[in-house]
Design a protein around this ligand. Structure first.
Ligand code: SF4
Length: 348
């Protein structure tokens, strides 16, 4: 079955694949960038970022030499900013430990900081022709349906079973084409809802199709509702500049520039949190009323709250990690996207 499945997939892929910029290259660096950047991102939204990122950092040496701020700026709006920081760390490791060449094996790639099984498998198979699997969510769904895999295959024994099946299917010839075909099929035909089974090149081999219940796989896990967390931010303007602080190096939106403020603990008020935040950077301000609302859903929490006007009598000297940002700074710095929208609405 394994070669029949792989052959059918590969033939279908050659005729049906979407012509995408990152598929026209064998440059391992470009493939690495694409694989990291497009994770958890729809291809249509990620492609312009990929093109801009490659124009801004055309080689691994350029990326390694860039500051974290420059890399975050190129990533602004894509979300999951840990990916950008990891990619830069990986580029630095390539320059430091591998003489500027992207490692050509799965294990070499896996040894780079922040590079997991999926990315290492994708780059090793597509750029270097190593016969290893690359299983993203789309490929996992196809395999779950073809092999009728029940239970949770995102971890533990279920994951090992899925990866064993995936490894057994990868052909020695053109493993990268096989891996991309599996992902493309999941993305365009074997979709989460209403898979297009009659148009599928492997329907005669598919267990879920034979059972007449393709959508029964993978088993749906109960989605826990994300907690709603109150937030408050202060908009302090003075002489055409706005007060910004750099978020901590770890955690949510790490390293991006933001309006002062943050999450509001249940027993505290918005104004208490904002006073503390402003005092923490030595800024005296009188808080006014709310000038806007913020609402943003992350993968694990939802922010909801207000932006309050802060009246600042004088531009205080600021410690490191805080600035009075003028129009040039606002163009140059990576900003929390929902704060950029607040600033645009207030016409800064
Ligand atoms: Fe998916 Fe249907 Fe193809 Fe099976 S036959 S792999 S369920 S699209």
């Amino acid at each position: 079955m394994s070669s029949e499945l792989s052959d059918s997939l590969t033939i279908w892929y050659r005729e049906n694949r979407r012509d995408l910029a990152f598929r026209r290259t064998r440059d391992p660096y470009a493939i690495l960038v694409a694989e990291v950047l497009l994770q958890r991102t729809r291809i249509a939204s990620g492609l312009p970022y990929f093109e801009r990122f490659m124009a801004r950092f055309p080689t691994v040496a350029d990326l390694a030499a860039a500051s974290e701020e420059e890399v975050l700026k190129a990533w602004e709006g894509l979300g999951f900013y840990g990916r950008a920081r990891n990619l830069r760390r990986a580029a630095k490791a390539v320059m430091r430990d591998h003489g500027g060449r992207i490692p050509g094996t799965f294990s070499g790639l896996r040894g780079l900081p922040g590079i997991g099984d999926y990315t290492a498998g994708a780059v090793a198979s597509i750029a270097f022709g190593e016969a290893v699997p690359a299983i993203d969510g789309n490929a996992a769904r196809v395999l779950a349906r073809v092999f009728r895999l029940g239970g949770d295959f995102t971890r533990g024994e279920g994951r090992r079973r899925l990866m064993a099946i995936a490894s057994s299917l990868v052909p020695a010839m053109e493993p990268g084409t096989h891996n991309q075909a599996l992902m493309e099929l999941g993305s365009t035909v074997c979709r989460p809802k209403a898979p297009r089974c009659p148009a599928c090149p492997v329907h005669s081999l598919c267990g879920a199709f034979a059972e007449g219940r393709p959508e029964a796989y993978p088993e749906r896990r109960e989605q826990k509702p994300v907690p709603i967390v109150r937030v408050a931010f202060a908009l302090a303007e003075r002489e055409g500049r706005v007060l910004l602080v750099r978020r901590p190096a770890d955690g949510l939106l790490a390293g991006l520039w933001a309006l002062p403020g943050g999450e509001v603990p249940p027993q505290e008020s918005e104004t208490t949190v904002l006073r503390k935040a402003l005092r923490g950077i030595g800024v005296k301000a009188r808080l006014g009323g709310a000038i806007g609302t913020v609402r943003h859903t992350f993968s694990h929490r939802q922010w909801t709250g207000h932006v309050l006007r802060a009246h600042v009598p004088a531009m205080a000297r600021l410690p490191e990690g805080a600035i009075w940002a003028g129009p040039k700074d606002l163009r140059r710095l990576p900003l929390v996207p929902l704060h950029r929208r607040v600033l645009e609405q207030s016409r800064l």
